[in-house]
Design a protein around this ligand. Structure first.
Ligand code: FES
Ligand code: FES
Length: 190
């Protein structure tokens, strides 16, 4: 029986084994390869997506669990890499090999949707399940704080009538899981 859910803002239906991991469905059935396979055991975070806004390991999530829910992948995080986390990642040149980075970005975006100005301890706690073999942790932390600044600045512009003109893409709300065009933000081999 087909499983229906919302994927990056669009209705999606897949006719697969209900126990198939969501990651397999995304990558192999739907050809969305921005979400990576690392361990397959919920240990590395490379496969992180949002399910109803929660950062979730898609490698251990049966696709049946997302029926009727909203799934967001790195491809749907924003239009044109306009999410503050993506912009901060680019500004601070965070990735090294890139393989872990879509998962890192999705975890960071979920964190900032809940905590607009997280402390270092909150960042470390939220990101502790995302492993980076290249050791980019310091830049990841800096980029999360930078994204929080960008978001605060954008929010200030929104509420200030004399500052209605925004930089391109600066309006992307970190609470938004609405997708847009394909915006794959991370590198790394498929
Ligand atoms: S591949 Fe899912 S946590 Fe490692
Ligand atoms: S950038 Fe290489 S594993 Fe994280």
């Amino acid at each position: 029986m087909a499983i229906q859910f919302t994927l990056n803002g669009k209705a999606q239906s897949v006719d697969v084994d209900p126990q198939m991991p969501l990651l397999w469905v995304l990558r192999d059935t739907l050809n969305l390869t921005g979400t990576k396979f690392g361990c397959g055991m919920a240990l590395c975070g490379a496969c992180t997506v949002h399910i109803d806004g929660e950062a979730t390991r898609s490698c251990v999530t049966p696709v049946s669990e997302v029926a009727g829910k909203k799934v967001t992948t790195i491809e749907g995080l924003s239009a044109g890499l306009s999410h503050p986390v993506q912009k901060a990642w680019i500004e601070l040149d965070v990735p090294q090999c890139g393989y872990c980075q879509s998962g890192q970005i999705m975890s960071a975006a979920a964190l900032l949707a809940k905590k607009s100005r997280p402390t270092d301890a909150e960042v470390d706690d939220a990101m502790s399940g995302n492993i980076c073999r290249c050791g980019t942790y310091q830049r990841i932390r800096e980029a999360i704080h930078r994204a929080a600044q960008m978001h605060a600045a954008a929010a200030g512009q929104k509420t200030s009538p004399e500052k209605q003109t925004k930089e391109p893409g600066e309006t992307a709300a970190m609470t938004s899981n609405e997708p847009a065009a394909v915006a794959t933000g991370a590198g790394g081999a498929e």
